[in-house]
Design a protein around this ligand. Structure first.
Ligand code: C5P
Length: 240
């Protein structure tokens, strides 16, 4: 790993870095301790956060794979790395919502906390310079982000992810309010789930108390964010 990380990362985002593994179709993903909100405007470093997001993501990727959903995950590398398939990330933030919250309630007259009858799927353009604006199919196609067929495939994939994760979280006493995934294309043209699936990228509420167990704790200064991530990791069973 040290050898792989000697070189500059292939890509470095707000909370993760991706390193090439030379001569392979794989990359090393490093989950850093950075935590950001509001397109990077709010930033902090919390020791242990990268580790928690790694172990949670690893468990959820395994769960998806067990349920027939293809992801980029290959192998966990302790403590806060994973080896993944190299993909071309499609610059979409693929968001699925089961309960109204967040930007949905800011932009539209949805009552926060209200169950949505059917999941709402939304594509945002992953582009910091433009503030990740919401897309429709026509704009996504005109920007050459994906074809009509690919958008339909991505939508299907995201709804499958939702079904698996929502049902699973329900069994451990957590409501999956909403989440964002990123998808990428493998060298043989398959579209698979990439990036991470963690409390940074999902809204998770305790089923009984409605306690917030995700990054909203950081976004809205609701308390000790890592304490909440630890609760999630313990319920998932990847932390003692
Ligand atoms: O902010 P909004 O309500 O649109 O977020 C919906 C879901 O997508 C939330 O779970 C949030 O954590 C996630 N998200 C994300 N990265 C972004 C925007 C949203 O992980 N850049």
């Amino acid at each position: 790993i040290l050898k792989i990380m000697e070189k500059a990362p292939l890509y470095s985002g707000k909370a993760k870095s991706v390193y090439e593994i030379e001569g392979t179709d794989e990359v090393l993903v490093e989950f850093r301790d950075d935590i950001t909100a509001g397109n990077g405007l709010k930033h902090d470093v919390k020791s242990g956060k990268g580790y928690l997001n790694t172990i949670i993501s690893v468990e959820l990727f395994k769960l998806l794979e067990e349920n027939g959903v293809q992801t980029h995950f290959i192998k966990y590398v302790e403590p806060s790395h994973m080896i993944s398939k190299k993909v071309d990330i499609i610059p979409l933030e693929v968001i699925v919502r089961n309960v109204a919250a967040g930007s949905l309630c800011k932009k539209y007259p949805f009552e926060s906390g209200k169950d949505l009858e059917t999941p709402i799927l939304q594509f945002d353009y992953k582009n910091d310079d433009y503030g990740d604006p919401m897309l429709n199919n026509e704009i996504a196609i005109a920007l050459n982000l994906a074809t009509e067929e690919e958008l339909a495939e991505i939508k299907k994939l995201a709804l499958e992810v939702n079904t698996v994760l929502k049902n699973y979280f329900d069994t451990i006493g957590i409501i999956l309010v909403d989440f964002k995934i990123e998808v990428g294309k493998t060298s043989d043209g398959k579209i698979i789930v990439a990036d991470e699936i963690s409390p940074d990228t999902m809204r998770l509420w305790d089923k009984e108390t409605k306690d917030v167990l995700d990054k909203d704790v950081f976004r809205k200064d609701l308390g000790d964010v890592l304490e909440k991530y630890r609760i999630v990791a313990k319920k998932i069973g990847c932390l003692k």
